[in-house]
Design a protein around this ligand. Structure first.
Ligand code: NAG
Ligand code: NAG
Ligand code: NAG
Ligand code: NAG
Ligand code: NAG
Ligand code: NAG
Length: 814
């Protein structure tokens, strides 16, 4: 099974048997380190010794965090050659060679670094505060490095470590995944810097390119947030005659490392308060894998199908394109003339295409860059290479443009087009502009209606296409799909029927989103939750299989685990782990049951939910927007640990609230953000909004949807906001919490929640910030007014408050 269990990797405890509390950070050539003995960096952060990874009994020489109790390993010497017992020993030879020996004296591993012994060198091995293990020669006046572990990264990119290439020796610095959490030998995946053309970071599986991080733009990588500088670390791009590499340094004492547990690289941030790592991925591009959309295609993770042709290009094989297979990409509408009047079109909002066949010059201006591209027939595009000082440097592409990903990026790319193509698009652009101006001149009410009708039409169209997929499905296809799905068990229908007493009404435990849920007991006694997905859903089976495959890979302690699936006729069934304490709404909104949920438990639930959503948004290889976060989707296990359910499914199934027995409302009324309600615009920030609503519900014990107050007409959000502005936030708290509450935590939760439900999506924090705000004791930002708050005289808000459910129905044409 492919290892996707980075959580395990990050937190697996290493068996440190009989660790003598050695306080030295170095040894000389007359000393050894036996299994059980260690050396520790001067600041007590890192420790070197023998360990066993995961469930393995094999022994490896490695470095791990000493301070961090989960013992995260950061480097391994004998990755491929373990010692099978505890007789191992590390020796530093007189000539500076580092040797790992097994009990019988066999050489297991050697650093192969030696200096001449003719001048009697004084060699010393030292574990530095940076986690770098260094062999020095101290005999010279100036200490010189004979060997260092930073030159041989494992699966962890530590601060100060380089990823790139030494241009003098030709040696490349790259990280490689482990085979598994139990086996540190190099796995399938590499994280490397490609120095052909403009340097870029690739994730590879052997020679195959899997993903690419956006280009370095002088400040950061394209596609990473740049408005707010990363508070934890600073990235650095080094390019000189000797080396070309990336490295990063920590700005604070917060531990942050980059690990490659699998085919992606994730960042781990140590949060001392919760004694655990918070993780998020550097490249969460599951759909937009490298080159997915082919030449001149552009990919969008949140679109389905994800590929589109750039403006002015058309699919090479249109039929293939519709089936989410854009691999042969797009071709020009009009071929280039070369020389006679080709021009350029500017596009933005994308991560620049692959630069392996590019050329760059950091001191040219944009004008010079354009001239250079015009002069060369083979040049297809140009751009500034650096965004600093209003843009500088020149980057030219000479091949078909490949691997363009749409994202919130402002750097402009200029693509070469035939003059005639430019003329065409100019006139059509003007036409569009006129339409927009007319629309703007009309009143906002008309604009709203216009948007609704348009959105309604659009939705209907895609609805029809989905239907087509459904009927186009054939059995043969199904078999192929199922064979792919070897990791997730298939349950025969009769097994499910038996487990649930033939879907007996007595076994029904709820009506979740998308369909009824039954409790089942498998032959071996394991309790499971069986969810029958409504047949009315218009999702094609093949697409369903895709989704299931993705969700099955998501594993986190705050997500409900998917155990298997079943397809029977047109019915889709998923099998989850069973949660003893049902869902949060069941307890929270019940006067008697809620008494049992004290503040520490509620705070624990808030934390758990936040980390689960963070994982969906950022940790996993695919960015999942839940779209239907609500109390009914937060399940509680026997220890009241929260687990989010229905993630992943929400992407395709969202559109109605099954508990309300209606298919009218998109998402669940009371939890949906204004941009979603009004424009159907979805983003991770819509989930953040729903999360904020949930937190307010947990604190107050009241449903946002059913909230009412004697003095005003506000919903729960408006009420919380009023109290907050008057400094009376504690009054929001449910009376049942008076005995158990911790005032500072309640106030902190309310303020974080208000930040999450702010009207403008861009004001709302990301889930990573939410997690950090919940654990920090620092001063929180001031929230602005929440959405759906009618007191402010903002026309947009007024229009929202007038949108009732029937209008939402109109919007989405369901
Ligand atoms: C080991 O070598 C170091 C440096 O050469 C010396 O200072 C130390 O006394 C030696 N220790 C032993 C036990 O020989
Ligand atoms: C050291 O050299 C030996 C023999 O050439 C080789 O097998 C081994 O992989 C080398 N060790 C390292 C760490 O490169
Ligand atoms: C060029 O592309 C546009 C869409 O961008 C399409 O409507 C038009 O038919 C294409 N023209 C030719 C000549 O293929
Ligand atoms: C996509 O198309 C290519 C070439 O037409 C084909 O080889 C490949 O199998 C297709 N992939 C899928 C997932 O259909
Ligand atoms: C880069 O561009 C500058 C300004 O046009 C020029 O002087 C310089 O020679 C160029 N460098 C290279 C390596 O082409
Ligand atoms: C353009 O590309 C062709 C084919 O790769 C090559 O033969 C030609 O020399 C190139 N022209 C220029 C100006 O680089």
């Amino acid at each position: 099974m492919r290892s996707n269990k980075w959580i395990l990797l990050a937190s697996c405890a290493f068996l440190l048997l009989g660790s003598t509390s050695a306080t030295l950070d170095n040894i000389y050539s007359n000393q050894t380190i036996k299994d059980g003995e260690t050396i520790v960096s001067d600041d007590q952060m890192y420790e070197l010794g023998f360990f066993s990874p995961g469930k393995s009994k094999n022994r490896y020489l490695g470095i791990w965090y000493k301070k961090i109790s989960t013992g995260t390993n950061v480097w391994v010497a004998n990755r491929e050659k373990p010692i099978t017992d505890k007789s191992g020993m590390l020796k530093l030879s007189r000539d500076g060679n580092l040797i790992v020996l097994s009990g019988d004296g066999t050489k297991i591993w050697s650093s192969n670094s030696t200096v001449s012994t003719s001048y009697n060198p004084v060699v010393v091995l030292q574990l530095l505060d940076s986690g770098n293990l260094v062999v020095w020669d101290q005999s010279r006046r100036k200490q010189s490095v004979i060997w260092q572990s930073f030159d041989y990264p494992g699966n962890t990119w530590l601060p100060g470590m380089k990823i790139g290439k030494n241009l003098v020796t030709g040696r490349e610095w790259f990280t490689t995944s482990w085979k598994s959490t139990d086996d540190p030998s190099p796995g399938l995946y590499l994280h490397t810097l490609n120095v052909n053309g403009y340097p870029q970071i690739f994730g590879k599986q052997g020679p195959r390119l899997l993903w690419r991080i956006g280009l370095w733009n002088g400040l950061t990588f394209q596609g990473l947030p740049k408005k707010t500088p990363n508070p934890y670390s600073s990235l650095q791009f080094v390019y000189n005659k000797e080396e070309i590499c990336y490295k990063y340094n920590l700005k604070t004492s917060v531990q942050r490392i980059l690990v490659m547990p699998d085919d992606t690289t994730i960042q781990l941030l140590w949060i001392d308060q919760i004694k655990d790592w918070a993780a998020h991925s550097l490249a969460s591009k599951d759909r937009c894998r490298y080159g997915l959309c082919g030449p001149y295609g552009s990919c969008n993770n949140n679109r389905y199908p994800p590929c589109k042709c750039l403006i002015g290009f058309r699919p090479r094989v249109p039929a293939e394109w519709d089936r989410v297979n854009g691999s042969s990409g797009c071709e020009r509408n009009k071929s280039l003339d070369c020389g006679s009047g080709d021009g350029f079109k500017r596009i933005s909002g994308v991560i620049f295409p692959d630069t392996q066949r590019s050329w760059y010059n950091q001191s040219m201006t944009l004008k010079e860059c354009e001239m250079a591209c015009r002069r060369n027939c083979n040049c297809t595009a140009y751009a500034n290479s650096d965004i600093r000082n209003g843009g500088s440097g020149c980057l030219l592409w000479f091949n078909e443009l490949i691997d363009i990903t749409e994202c919130d990026e402002t750097q402009d790319l200029y693509i070469k087009f035939a003059a005639s193509e430019l003329a065409d698009s100019q006139s059509s652009f003007n036409k569009k502009k006129r339409v927009i101006i007319v629309a703007l001149l009309t009143s906002s009410v008309v604009l709203l209606l216009f948007a609704m009708v348009y959105a309604g039409k659009k939705k209907k169209r895609s609805h029809v296409r989905e239907r087509g997929d459904w009927y186009g499905f054939n059995k043969k296809n199904n078999i192929v799909q199922m064979e792919d799905l070897d990791e997730l068990p298939f349950f025969p229908q009769r097994r499910i029927a038996k487990a649930t007493n033939n879907f007996s009404i007595n076994n029904k435990i709820g009506e979740g989103g998308f369909g009824p849920v039954y409790k089942g007991v498998l032959e071996d006694g394991q309790e499971v939750a069986v969810k029958r997905l409504s047949e009315t859903s218009k999702q094609g089976l093949d697409e369903f299989m895709n989704e299931i495959r993705t969700i099955a890979k998501l594993q986190h302690r705050n997500l409900v685990k998917l155990l298997g699936y079943c397809i029977h006729g047109n019915e889709l069934i998923v099998i989850y782990e069973y949660m003893t304490n049902k869902s949060l709404d069941f307890i929270l909104f019940d006067e008697t049951k809620s008494m049992m949920l004290d503040w520490p438990q509620r705070f624990h639930i808030i934390h758990g939910m936040a980390r689960g959503v963070l994982y969906l948004h950022q940790d996993s290889r695919l960015q999942i927007i839940h779209r239907d976060l609500k109390a009914g989707n937060i399940l509680l296990d026997a220890d009241m640990n929260p687990k989010i359910s229905d993630f992943g499914l929400a992407r395709k199934f969202v559109g109605f609230d099954a508990t309300a027995k209606t298919k009218k409302v998109v998402g669940t009324h009371g939890y949906i953000s204004p941009e979603y309600a009004l424009y159907g615009r979805f983003s991770i920030k819509s989930d953040v909004f729903s999360f904020g609503v949930l937190v307010l519900e947990i604190v107050s014990g009241k449903k946002n949807r059913e909230f009412s107050h004697d003095n005003h007409n506000d919903n729960l959000l408006g009420h919380a906001w009023r109290l907050y502005k008057q400094g009376r936030s504690m009054e929001l708290m449910s009376a049942s919490l008076r005995g158990s509450c911790i005032v500072s935590e309640v106030l902190q939760s309310i303020q974080v929640a208000l930040l999450c439900v702010q009207h403008h999506a861009e004001d709302r924090p990301t889930m990573l910030s939410v997690v950090l705000m919940l654990v920090s004791k620092g001063v929180l930002p001031e929230p602005k007014h929440p959405a759906f708050y009618s007191e402010e005289s903002c026309s947009e808000l007024e229009s929202i408050s007038s949108v009732d459910e029937s209008m939402i129905t109109l919007l989405y044409g369901r």
